[in-house]
Write a protein that binds this ligand. Structure first.
Ligand SMILES: [Ca+2]
Ligand SMILES: [Ca+2]
Length: 211
């Protein structure tokens, strides 16, 4: 079996350069047929991994193998599609409403948080994704707000999916979507009076998986 490229810290890659995100069944097929596919150690190394661009490389296969070993669902081994680890708001995220969202640090990690807003205002951020599969979006959120009155709403294509309010601590949630283009919006909104806690919402680790 090929080994990791220790000099660059990058990983060799297996084909499918121009494909959209590869489904789990294809991923499993490649893993099962690993020995027959062939692998050129001198081939172009690739920085990005399966969860980010649909390419399957040896690192992804190692993670898949680990997940099998632990008898866990394979997708638990995937990395998030967006974890804000660059420390900058990634392109494609559109601010809206009365204010937007900003990169913020929590512990030794980056996430995004709603900008400070006044009463009766909303800070919103939207991500658009064209997906070719029936899927599920999951993300981590933290809300610190006046419970029941101010909070974070998650909306898909204008349809509210959930509202989180009060002191939530970090939680994870997930929602289904159909194939096609969708807008995913996170809005921290306040009613006309009062505030509590840190008065904001945070999100992190956005992940798209095929159902
Ligand atoms: Ca993060
Ligand atoms: Ca309020």
């Amino acid at each position: 079996m090929a080994t990791l490229d220790g000099q660059t810290g990058r990983y060799p890659m297996l084909g499918w350069q121009k494909r959209p995100k590869v489904g789990l069944h294809e991923f499993v097929w490649v893993a099962r047929n690993w020995g027959e596919i062939g692998f050129a150690p001198e081939s172009e190394p690739n920085l990005v991994d399966f969860s980010k661009d649909g390419h399957i490389d040896i690192y992804d296969l190692m993670m898949l193998g680990e997940s099998w070993w632990q008898d866990l669902p394979a997708r638990d081994a995937f990395e998030p599609d967006e974890d804000f680890s660059s420390g900058q708001l990634p392109s494609g995220w559109q601010a809206g409403g009365d204010a937007g969202w900003l990169i913020t640090q929590h512990a030794e990690d980056y996430a995004i948080r709603s900008e400070q807003i006044g009463d009766s205002q909303c800070a919103s951020i939207t991500l658009t994704r064209d997906t070719r599969f029936l899927g599920r979006i999951s993300f981590d959120y933290l809300v610190s707000s006046e419970e029941g009155f101010d909070g974070l709403a998650f909306v898909i294509d204008g349809e509210p999916q959930a509202k989180f309010s009060g002191e939530t601590g970090w939680q994870t949630c997930s929602f289904e979507f159909t194939p096609g283009e969708h807008t995913f919006t996170w809005s921290y909104c306040k009613d006309s009076y009062w505030q509590a806690g840190n008065d904001m919402g945070m999100i992190d680790n956005i992940q798209f998986t095929e159902e």
